[in-house]
Design a protein around this ligand. Structure first.
Ligand SMILES: Cc1cc2nc3c(=O)[nH]c(=O)nc-3n(C[C@H](O)[C@H](O)[C@H](O)COP(=O)(O)O)c2cc1C
Length: 305
């Protein structure tokens, strides 16, 4: 198959998953290409692809606005197949509704749905996940990637069911619509801490940050992706009303993936509070993986036995 991955990322988690996806699909003999959505990115040419993979991080139980805007502009042939690989920091059921806008856009374009997969990735807002937890998450992601590849190769359509209540909740929490524009009035770079590396200016996907008269200044075209504050080496950027939820510091996923898995597992039957939602998610991934690849000693290549 020829597969095109079209994805949006704020802090790199969706890029990491796209790397993993390309690696898995290529190892199984498929051809892959990718387009990362950011300001000025060329419109992807979808002609000739057997499958389009859409990757996005969940923002307030929704897909990111720049992602939606980009997909709306794309042209597809009738019946062209697409699938979704979305990710977020937790697996509350309201997240099930996050693709409702994307699915509506794709229905209008008469494209064919080939499946949806929800990967867990560490939070880039709210609070930082501990390394052992991230290690366990990456392990589940690798398994889910194997399941996704197997299903797509074999025409198995995996759905994530939403309902009226999740859809309403997701629409109500669509924080980005006002969030970026309003909150950006309160963004501040602490120039006493700032080391002048200009990483925030250079990397903002909306070109919304500039250096002027000795200060870092923010415009109002913010997508709330958190890239500036997350990667600031001096932790100098304040994110207004969300300041108490700020997460600063790269997780260094490539290093974490080399660590041994936590033993006993980080998420187990005793996990409670916030962590409880992962018990079922991780158990479902393990079960599905076992069912598909029980006889496969090596990494699955997605082919049936
Ligand atoms: C503005 C914003 C809203 C978010 N909302 C949610 C959410 O509703 N549910 C969730 O589980 N994670 C939420 N997250 C966390 C991200 O989905 C998660 O960290 C994701 O892996 C980030 O991917 P990226 O690095 O590709 O941007 C949110 C993050 C941001 C920046």
């Amino acid at each position: 198959m020829k597969i095109l991955f079209i994805y949006y990322t704020g802090t790199g988690n969706t890029r990491y998953l796209t790397d993993l996806a390309e690696q898995s699909f290529r190892a199984a003999g498929h051809q892959t290409s990718r387009v990362e959505i950011s300001r000025g990115a060329p419109l992807a040419d979808t002609r000739g692809y057997d499958l389009i993979g859409f990757g996005y991080p969940i923002y307030g139980f929704n897909s990111p606005l720049p992602f939606n805007r980009y997909v709306k502009k794309l042209i597809f042939t009738r019946g062209q197949k697409f699938f979704i690989y979305k990710n977020s920091g937790e697996t509350f059921a309201v997240n099930n509704a996050s693709s409702r806008i994307l699915l509506r856009i794709m229905r209008k374009k008469h494209a064919d749905f080939a499946g949806e997969y929800h990967f867990v990735m560490p939070y880039n807002i709210h609070f930082a996940f501990e390394k052992p937890f991230v290690r366990e998450i990456l392990d589940k992601d690798e398994k889910l990637m194997g399941i996704m590849l197997f299903n797509l190769q074999n025409g198995i359509v995996q759905k994530i069911e939403s309902n009226f209540f999740y859809n309403v909740a997701s629409a109500a929490v669509s924080i980005q619509k006002i969030g970026g524009a309003v909150n950006s009035f309160f963004y501040r770079a602490d120039m006493k801490k700032c080391i002048g590396c200009m990483r925030c200016v250079r990397d903002c996907p909306e070109n919304n940050i500039r250096f002027e008269k000795g200060r870092i200044r923010f415009g109002h075209r913010c997508d709330m992706c958190m890239r500036c504050s997350f990667f600031c080496p001096a932790d100098a950027i304040g994110i207004g009303m969300l300041q108490h939820w700020k997460v600063n510091g790269d997780y260094r996923l490539r290093e974490i993936e080399k660590l041994p898995l936590p033993s006993p597992p980080y998420i187990n039957e005793n996990s409670h509070g916030f962590y409880k939602c992962f018990i079922r998610t991780f158990r479902d991934i393990d079960r599905q993986y076992e069912e598909l690849f029980a006889d496969t000693a090596a990494d699955p290549d997605g082919n049936p036995d």
